[in-house]
Design a binder for this molecule. Structure first.
Ligand code: GLC
Length: 543
C-alpha cells in the first residue's frame, strides 16, 4: 500500500510542544519525600535529574490542588491552592523553577468541567434556590412523577442526577456525585475559570491538560440520550456505555469555550493547551478549532483503544493523518492514569514495539510514568481497591488502581518510592523491575526508551519530519520519517511470529540504528527484511 505523503511546514516554524516529549506524572505515585506513603512535589523535584537523564521535555502533573480526594484530586475544592498532601505553594514554585532551570516545561491539569461538592462555589450554590451562585451549576426540577430530569448516566455508574433535599432540585454530575458539573453557559463561571488559568499562567506554567474537554457543554433542552445499539442493556444496570452520550457531551457550543481558553493562553508566550477528549477521529479533530484556534493538542487516544492489530492500527494512523486540519499538529498517547498500562494490554513482548511506534510517529508523544520501565498493571486485592470507578462497578473490573501504583525506582524498601507503606501496593517483582536495575542493563526497556529519546533529539526527521506510510500487512506496520538531511524507515512487527518486510515497488537499503533486539543494531539491511517475532527496527536509509 504505497501512499501519499503529508505536507508539513519548514523546521523553523516548530514550537517546543511540537518537537518535545510529554511525560505524565501521577503525583500520588511518583516519589514520596515525607514518609506518608503518598507521593509529593518535593519527591518529584528529587526525580527531575532522572527525567532529564531520560530525555523528557515536558512534565504534565495530574491534579495537585486542594481536594477532598473523592476522585483522587479530580474533585477540586480550591483551584489555586496546593493540597498539603503534595506540599505547599512554595514547593510548587520550587518545582516550576527547577523544571525550567533544566530546560523543561511544566503542564498542570485543569479540571474545569466540575468542582468538588466541597468547593465554596458549590456550597453557596446549594445553600438556596436564590443563591447568587445557583446558576453556576446544573440544577433541575424533578419530573412530575418525582423522577430524574432525563436518562443521563454518570461515567462512574448510576444516574447522573443527585437529589438535594434542602432545595428540592436535582444537580447534574457526569462523574461522582461529589463532582457537580459547572454550568459553562454562565459567563460568571467562564470568568472564574479563566481567572484560575490566569493565576497559573502568571506563575509561569507552560500550559494545561484540560480534563474532559468534550463534556463541558450539555444540551440546553437536556434531551434523553439514545440507547446504544451495541449493548443489550438492562435498565437496572445503569452503565454509561449503554447509551450514546449525544446530548450530554460534545455539543457545538463547547468550541466557543475552548476558543476562550485558547485566546487566554495565547496572551502568554509559548504556552500550550492540551485537551482530554475521547471521541472518534472525525469529531476529535474539530477540537483544533476553526483556523486552529482551539486546543493545540486534542489528545489522540487511538493507541489506547484500538486492538493491537497491524492492519487496524496502520489504517487508524492514515485516517488520523488524513483527518488533521491543515496546520493541526498530531499527537499520540500510549498510556494514562485512566487506562490499563500498555505492558498489560499488549504484553511485555510488545512493549518496546509500542515505544518505538509512539516515539517515531509524527506528532507529540505522551509517555505515562513507569511505562519506560515496562511497569505492568498491579493486581490490587478487592479489599484494597480505592478508585471510585472500581468501587462503584465491582462486577466490571474497571478499577484504575492497577495503572496508578508507585513508581518502581530501586530494590530498596517499597521500591525506593517511600519509607512508609505506599497508598497502593507494589508488584511482587519490584526488586527486579525498577529504574536502578534497568539503568544498568543495556537490554532493558528503559535503556531502549532512553536511546530512542536521544535519537529523536539528534534527528529532527524523527520528531518533525515528513511521515509516509510504506507497507503494512496483517503483521507489520512500516513508515518513513524524513527531512532534507535524513531518511528513516521504521518497521514494527506487531505479532510474535517472524515476518517479512517486502514493499512492492521500491527497495530500501540502510543501517539499523536501533532495534528492539540490540544485537541487530549496526547491521545492514535491504530488499526483503526479515524480522523476528516482536521485533521492531529503526533504519537509517542510504539515500
Ligand atoms: C478525567 C480524568 C479522570 C477523572 C475524570 C473526572 O477523565 O482523567 O481520572 O476521573 O476526568 O474528573
Amino acid at each position: 500500500m504505497e501512499q501519499v505523503t503529508t505536507q508539513i511546514p519548514t523546521p523553523s516554524e516548530y514550537l517546543w510542544w511540537q518537537q518535545g516529549v510529554i511525560y505524565q506524572i501521577y503525583p500520588r505515585s511518583y516519589q514520596d519525600s515525607n514518609g506518608d506513603g503518598i507521593g509529593d512535589l518535593k519527591g518529584i523535584i528529587s526525580r527531575l535529574d532522572y527525567l532529564q537523564w531520560l530525555g523528557i521535555d515536558c512534565v504534565w502533573l495530574s491534579p495537585v490542588f486542594l481536594s477532598p480526594m473523592a476522585d483522587f484530586g479530580y474533585d477540586i475544592s480550591d483551584y489555586c491552592a496546593i493540597h498539603p498532601l503534595f506540599g505547599s505553594m512554595d514547593d510548587f514554585d520550587e518545582l516550576l523553577q527547577q523544571v525550567h532551570d533544566r530546560g523543561m516545561k511544566l503542564l498542570l491539569d485543569l479540571v474545569p468541567n466540575h468542582t468538588s461538592d466541597q468547593h465554596p462555589w458549590f456550597l453557596e450554590s446549594k445553600s438556596s434556590r436564590d443563591s447568587p451562585k445557583r446558576n453556576w451549576y446544573l440544577w433541575q426540577d424533578a419530573r412530575e412523577d418525582g423522577s430524574v430530569p432525563n436518562n443521563w448516566l454518570s461515567v462512574f455508574g448510576g444516574r447522573a442526577w443527585e437529589w438535594d433535599e434542602n432545595t428540592g432540585q436535582y444537580y447534574y454530575h457526569a462523574f461522582l456525585k461529589e463532582q457537580p458539573d459547572l454550568n459553562w453557559r454562565n459567563p460568571e463561571v467562564q470568568k472564574a475559570m479563566l481567572d484560575v488559568m490566569r493565576f497559573w499562567l502568571d506563575k509561569g506554567v507552560d500550559g494545561f491538560r484540560v480534563d474532559v474537554m468534550w463534556h463541558m457543554i450539555k444540551d440546553l433542552a437536556l434531551r434523553d440520550n439514545p440507547p446504544s445499539p451495541e449493548s443489550k442493556f438492562e435498565e437496572k444496570d445503569l452503565i454509561y456505555d449503554h447509551y450514546i452520550p449525544v446530548y450530554s457531551t460534545d455539543q457545538p457550543e463547547v468550541h466557543e469555550i475552548v476558543s476562550m481558553m485558547r485566546k487566554l493562553t495565547d496572551e502568554y508566550e509559548n504556552r500550550v493547551l492540551v485537551g482530554e477528549i475521547y471521541l472518534p477521529i472525525h469529531k476529535l479533530v474539530t477540537y483544533y478549532g476553526t483556523d486552529n484556534k482551539g486546543a493545540h493538542l486534542p489528545f489522540n487516544f487511538q493507541l489506547l483503544n484500538l486492538p493491537w492489530d497491524a492492519a487496524q492500527i496502520a489504517t487508524a494512523i492514515d485516517e488520523y493523518e488524513g483527518a488533521l486540519p491543515a496546520g493541526g499538529w498530531p499527537n499520540w498517547v500510549l498510556g494514562n492514569h485512566d487506562k490499563p498500562r500498555i505492558s498489560s494490554r499488549v504484553g511485555r513482548s510488545q512493549a518496546k514495539i509500542a515505544a518505538l511506534m509512539l516515539l517515531t510517529l509524527r506528532g507529540t508523544p505522551t509517555i505515562y510514568y513507569g511505562d519506560e520501565i515496562g511497569m505492568r498493571d498491579v493486581p490490587i486485592p478487592i479489599n484494597e481497591i480505592v478508585d471510585p470507578q472500581g468501587l462503584n462497578m465491582p462486577e466490571l473490573n474497571v478499577s484504575r488502581d492497577p495503572a496508578r501504583t508507585p513508581m518502581q525506582w530501586s530494590g530498596e524498601i517499597n521500591a525506593g518510592f517511600s519509607m512508609h507503606k505506599p497508598w497502593l501496593r507494589l508488584p511482587y517483582n519490584s526488586a527486579r523491575v525498577n529504574v536502578v536495575t534497568q539503568k544498568a542493563n543495556p537490554y532493558s526497556i528503559l535503556s531502549f526508551y532512553r536511546k530512542l529519546l536521544t535519537l529523536r533529539k539528534e534527528n529532527p526527521a524523527l520528531n518533525v519530519g515528513k511521515y509516509t506510510p510504506v507497507y503494512s500487512d496483517q503483521q507489520l506496520i512500516s513508515y518513513i520519517r524524513e527531512d532534507e538531511n535524513s531518511r528513516f524507515l521504521i518497521i514494527l512487527n506487531l505479532t510474535h511470529r517472524p515476518a517479512y518486510f517486502k514493499p512492492r515497488r521500491e527497495s530500501y537499503r540502510g543501517l539499523v540504528l536501533l532495534g528492539t533486539e540490540i544485537e541487530r543494531t549496526g547491521m545492514q539491511v535491504g530488499d526483503i527484511i526479515t524480522l523476528s517475532g516482536d521485533e521492531g527496527l529503526l533504519i537509517r536509509l542510504a539515500d
